[in-house]
Write a protein that binds this ligand. Sequence first.
Ligand code: IPE
Ligand code: IPE
Ligand code: MG
Ligand code: MG
Length: 284
Amino acid sequence: VEALVASGGKRIRPTIALLVGEMFNTDIAALHNLAASIELLHTATLIHDDLIDDARLRRGVATINARWSPPAAVLAGDYVFAEAARLAAATDSVQVMQMFAETLATMAGGEVAQLLRGPGRWARDEYYEWIYAKTAALFEMAAGAAARLGLAGNAIMQTVQAFGYALGMAFQIVDDVLDFIGQPETMGKPVANDLRQGVVTLPTLIYLETYPDDPDIPLALDRRDERALARLTASIRWSPAIAQTMDEADHFVERSLVALSNLPATPERQALAEVAEYVVQRVR
Ligand code: IPE
Ligand code: IPE
Ligand code: MG
Ligand code: MG
């Protein structure tokens, strides 16, 4: 666990919480606990995600399931969840604790729904619901809980959460693009993995809409033929579906910037806008 935490990561979620909190003059000790809690909640979900995906590498270091064992990853993930909850409680805010529990329930519920559904093609709406649960809900909470600690009123809370939501959606869409076009060395995690795992993301959905007659589609998605999977991954990578998916991510970033424009013009707001721009430019 220490190796995973020390190996870094982008720390984008705590950055959002800290900037929002500073915008509302939140008590700094409580804000630090919240930011650490959010990053550990994220870390715990990664430990379990890598176990579920049987991934070998995370942030450039061996995953706990690869280095130790699957049971070790279950227990280590639980331990980090507990640490995250302890830090959330250390904010002394019952509302933050509630938001923490709700977010964790949304994330776990999304994973369960995905597991029960199994691999397959779905409608865009279902994809959006799923990425909300696994990623955008935590961005929404990072922004919202920080504003709540800063005693923001309901109207402001809604605006701040709308910002986090839209940014989280963009972030996951870009992650799904990077799975096709990213460099594993830069990303520190496996790429070209989603399709092989039977995980159909937006680039694939758009490709399926555009080229429904590609003979590799049934071979790869239904028969799970390795060579068809490799060909289909390459076809998607070089298709216009990638740019169209990035257009969707840009659209969510635009929405996040609109939300920001309704908040006070402070240096923190400017920094949050830069975080939003970064989300669609990142290569890791
Ligand atoms: C990875 O999150 C999981 C997703 C939601 C895509 P990050 O890309 O934020 O991972 P780290 O924390 O920087 O390693
Ligand atoms: C994010 O989705 C998973 C979590 C929120 C835990 P991914 O499965 O796409 O994340 P990576 O690509 O493994 O980082
Ligand atoms: Mg994964
Ligand atoms: Mg991914």
